[in-house]
Every structure is written in structure tokens, then in C-alpha cells.
Design a protein around this ligand. Sequence first.
Ligand code: ZN
Length: 497
Amino acid sequence: MNGDFEIKYEDLAGRIGVLHTRHGKLETPAFFPVIDPSDTTITPKDLKSLGFDNFITNAYFLKKMQISSTIHSFFNTDQIIMTDSGAYQILEYGNVDVTNKEIVEYENLILPDIGVILDIPTGNSNKVEKVKYSVEETIKRGKEVESVIDNERIVWLHPIQGGYNLELLSFSAKMADSANKYKMLGLGSPTVLMKEYNYVKLVEMIYTAKSNVSRGKALHLFGAGLPHVFPIAVILGVDTFDSASYILYARNGRYITEGRVYKLDQLDYFPCSCNVCSRYLPKELKEMEYQDRTRLLSIHNLIKISEEIKRIKIAIREGRLFEYAEEKSLVHPSLYDSFNRLKKYKEYLENYDRRTGEKGIFLITRNSLWRPEITRHKTFMKNYKVEKNSIILIDGLKIRKPFISSEFVRNIREKFPEAEVLIFYPYFGLIPINVSEIYPLSQFENSKSLEYEVKRDLLKTLAEFCKSNDSKQITIYASAKLAKKIERICKAELHYI
Ligand SMILES: [Zn+2]
């Protein structure tokens, strides 16, 4: 049915989904490039040839141009088209000369696949009265057109406002979510944050919005057009993005890569092999006519955006979105800070994360200590009680995986059938041998150069375990190096392996 959203694959709170529209299925995560109807530098046909089956344009502009045919015949395409409504123009110029009802009726006439009401963006304001007005007025406007919107043919998006005022933002999200006629939701106006590279605030906003709406609705993030922002947004549950960045940057001679934005002047080489970058040198592009250069840079920028979306989808399919986002977070200090902010939301992420994976997980840095699989295992171990009186702890770094079939473990279990055997391992802490085959307790790879926090975490876990089982007989098999440390924290019989 029009507007239905199916979730195909999940990783953390991110997912690969399918949104049903009148012009076909849109696979998410997806990026909607902005098309200005009065500018032909990049056309919908160009977008199609670059693999974009969808774009967003502005109903307010089309109305001003007095276009009255359907939007698909105006653009002569069968791509999925979303229309924004002029809210961005309110943000830029303070007002527009059209009412919400007029724009919605106009959208009903031109029939985009996805339509947006004329909301009031919060923008960068932190004045409570102003934020409150934008939140309340947006809710009011959503309600006032409920009887007007064409739900059969258009998927309607309800914007969420509130800016950095997280309390008002969460109220706005709840209200938008409860408006049943709107099958899609969109987080409004964080463009300023992105311009300022304030990704921590962006993460807080996305989390606040997403944790207050239904899982089954697609969430759009307005105005996000730099590829390095996508992984962290998808992790938290953003499904679609839109931006004109590809062309705005191109007009200023700016070249987008997966990690950053360069000025053409800064580049002697292009770190890309797309059609544009393999044909020209930066110097040649710089000397080109403005219009030609803008077009070519736009094409390159769009290719980079499209590649990032694909890489994210691959990471979701592999169940490695966490590792992927961590890797990407190293391109900018603020992005790394925003990645670390996810730690605050580890329960939320754990809640959504799938329970099984096809591929083993990679544990590389200390950040893995709070990834969902580890958090889940630690919660499980908090309630785990050893029933037997004799306990054997084995240093997992000294034996082979899967632990249960390691020769050393088998010998120990045969020799001491009355004892309960647990493996101790960095990141996980303790792993009872009987559950060691549950994903991912034997399906992981870890770096052997352990960071201080990881070592400290393991010793702390061991100390707490020994303390809470001090009435029992504990035997530990560990490497000589580790045994010396354990000796100080555990009352146990120690053997070197
Ligand atoms: Zn390129």
C-alpha cells in the first residue's frame, strides 16, 4: 500500500527498508538530491544516469512558476519525487506568500510521491518562545490539513521541530508520530549544526526524535548532504536525507570526498576515479567555464554521496555498522565526539540491534566495550549465578575459538567434570563455556594490542567475579603475564598456560 514501510535488514537502530510509493519502491537509506526547477545544471535525467531513482524539489517554486501539470509530466520522468513546501524559504527569508492549506492543495494537484506540509522551522533559535511557536504551529498545521491531504496517491511527511530544545523536540516528535495520516516523519532544520560541524548536538537531536516515534515509520533528515554524516545518522535510525550541497559546493569550486570537502585550489590530484576525476586534473577543472565546472563537480559530488549510501547498506547487511561508523568518525574530531556520544544511548542501540549476525564482529578499539553485543552480554552476566562449588577460569587469549571445542577446554572439562568452566576474554569479560557458542561469543576477531581501558575492564570483571564467589574454589589458567596481575585481585589457585 502507498506509504507502507517495510524493514528488510537491521543493524543497531539502522535499517535497510523499502518505502512504497506511487512510482515504485524506494530502498532506504536513500538520499534525495535537491533539484531546483529553474536550474538545468543537473537534471532529473542526469540523476537517473547516476543511479538516483528519486529527488526532491520545491512545490513553492513550482507554484510561483505557475506549473499546473503533474510534477512527473513537468519533469518528464518516472522517478520518485518528494516536494518540500517552502519551509526552508521561511527559514531564509522569514516568510512566504502562501498558506499551508494553499501549498498542500497545490501538492494535491501536481501529485508528488511524497509531500510535505508547510511547517515553521525552528532553525537556529534557542529562544523558548520562538521554539515553542514553531513546534506548536507545525502541529497545528499538520492537523489543519488532515482532511485536505490526498492520502491515496501521496505519502505525506510530518516535520518534527524543536531544534536543540530537546524537551520541545521530543514533544514535537510524539505529536507528529500520533498524526496517523502522515506515514513519514522528518527532522527539521539541523542545517546550521551541520554547517558548524556540531555533530554532537545533531546526534542528540536525532536520538531524541527517533526515540519518541514509531519504529515502523521512515525518518527523514532535512538538509544533510555531506557523506561523512550519514553513518552516524543511520546508526540512530535515519532512513532518508536530502540536500542541495552537491551543487552548492560545486558552485563554490568545492569537491566532496567521503571524509571531507576540498577547495579545487587545494588539490593537485583527484582522489577518485569517477568519470569526471579520471578525465580531468583539478587544474583543468579550475580553468574551465563556470557552468561546465559546476556541472562536472556536481556529478562527482553526487557520485560520492551515492557511494556512501551504498557502503552503509553493505555495512548493515554485514552487521558491521558499528565498526563502519567508528572508522568513519575518525575523519573529524567533532564526528568522533558524536560517535562517543552514542555511548550514552547504548541501551537504545542494544534494544534495536539484531540478535544474530552472519559475520563475526571486529573488536579493535576501547569503543567496542560499549557496543550492543558486549553491552548485552555484560547485562546477561550481571544476573548469571554459578551453581557449582568448583570454578575454573581459562584465559581465552591462550586458546583457540570456538572455545568449546578447543583441546585445552575439552581436557579440562574431562578432568574436572564437577567444575563450572568459564573463559575470560578482553571486552566480553567472562563467558560461561555452556553459552560460548551463542553469537557472537565465539564469532569475533580482536586486535591483540589491547588498550588500557580494555585491560582494566577485564581485570575489574575478574576481581568482581572472584569477590562474589569467594566461598567457592576458583582455579585459574592464565598466561604468566596475566596471572601475575590476577594474583593481586583474586583469591584463586593459579596455573600458567
Ligand atoms: Zn570523482
